[in-house]
Ligand binder design. Structure first.
Ligand code: PMV
Length: 326
């Protein structure tokens, strides 16, 4: 027996951020989040269930990979095998077309593509909501990469295994850009699950972060629907900085920002002074992602490129949801 499918998923960037879990076992977020699915930052994954394979194999960007990434992939494969009633081992070949050091989390597009490809290769019928729920269990931000455009992942009520993301507005709703300013690569980051647990257990600002997130999510959603970049941008920056304040006040402190990050933030502020609608967000890393109108993207990219310590920029636009290509 040999069954194969290939899926393409895009990375996403949170405009209203997720940080903290309400149920660690089911990987449910303690706060709602809203993201933008990013073209052309793609992961393409082929899953082949093959009766001749003695064990599950993972090939990431052309390299056989063991350890934690393989274990996380096997967890997804096991769930799909249980649903499809098959016991056959699989080969997973996954590659990103964006540089891994671009600061755009590849776990979101990676797990979304893995879930969709393994599900399809196992002969199950397409089901975006179930793909999203299954992706969420591996990486909550992956739940958002199943859908295109502007996507919301609601807060999870403990025990809700079926929680999935949903579309707020399609990719063609609003022609915005995300310009990524790649900052200096520093010491290895603390992973998101570990960081979230640390913040929840030790940060005096964790409750305040959770309490302020609902209003920010409302503002981001309303701003997207009204195509109001100032509204989305202001709420996005506050969501980002509130999340980082919560991270930083953990014990030990989680400081993801670096000198290049602050330099890029100053550039964004300067551009605003010059009349450009541009706002910044950062994830669990030093890179700055700037949201702006399509017409301003070149100017924003040039200014960030010229910022001391910024290594390079890349520009993304609203992209489609999960695609099965074979
Ligand atoms: O889904 P994870 O475990 O990779 O966590 C993502 C957390 C942030 O990137 C910091 C914020 C977000 O909403 O994507």
């Amino acid at each position: 027996m040999s069954q194969q499918a290939t899926a393409i998923a895009r990375a996403n960037i949170a405009l209203a951020k997720y940080w903290g879990k309400s149920d660690v076992k089911l990987n449910l977020p303690a706060v709602a989040s809203i993201s933008l699915t990013l073209e052309p930052m793609r992961t393409q994954t082929t899953v082949t269930f093959d009766a001749k394979l003695p064990d599950d194999e993972l090939v990431l960007n052309g390299k056989h990979t063991d350890g934690k990434p393989r274990m996380r992939a096997i967890k997804v494969l096991d769930q799909v095998r249980a649903l499809a009633g098959i016991g056959v081992k699989a080969r997973v070949e996954s590659a990103n077309n964006f540089p891994t050091a671009s600061g755009l989390a590849s776990s979101a597009s990676g797990f979304a593509a893995l879930v969709a490809a393994s599900w399809s290769a196992a002969g199950l019928a397409r089901d975006d909501d179930r793909w999203s729920a299954l992706s969420r269990q591996a990486s909550a931000s992956a739940a958002r990469s199943i859908y295109g455009g502007f996507v919301e992942l609601p807060r999870g009520v403990p025990g809700d295994a079926a929680l999935s993301a949903r579309t707020v507005a399609a990719a063609d709703h609003w022609d915005v850009r995300i310009v990524v300013a790649v900052a200096n690569e520093g010491a290895k980051d603390v992973g998101s699950t570990e960081g979230m647990t640390l913040s929840e257990q030790t940060s005096p600002y964790y409750r305040a972060w959770v309490d302020c997130s609902d209003a920010l999510v409302e503002e981001v959603r309303a701003g997207i629907l009204a195509r109001d970049l100032v509204k989305v941008g202001e709420a996005m920056e506050q969501s980002t900085l509130a999340m980082h304040a919560c991270m930083m006040a953990s014990r030990p402190g989680l400081i993801y920002l670096q000198p290049a990050t602050l330099a890029a933030l100053a550039t964004v502020k300067q551009l605003r002074k010059e009349g450009v609608d541009v706002y910044a967000t950062m994830d669990a890393g030093p890179h700055v992602k700037a949201l702006c109108h399509a017409r301003d993207a070149e100017r924003v990219a040039a200014a960030l490129q010229a910022t001391p310590m910024v290594l390079r920029t890349l520009t993304a636009f609203p992209g489609p949801g999960l695609e099965i290509v074979s």
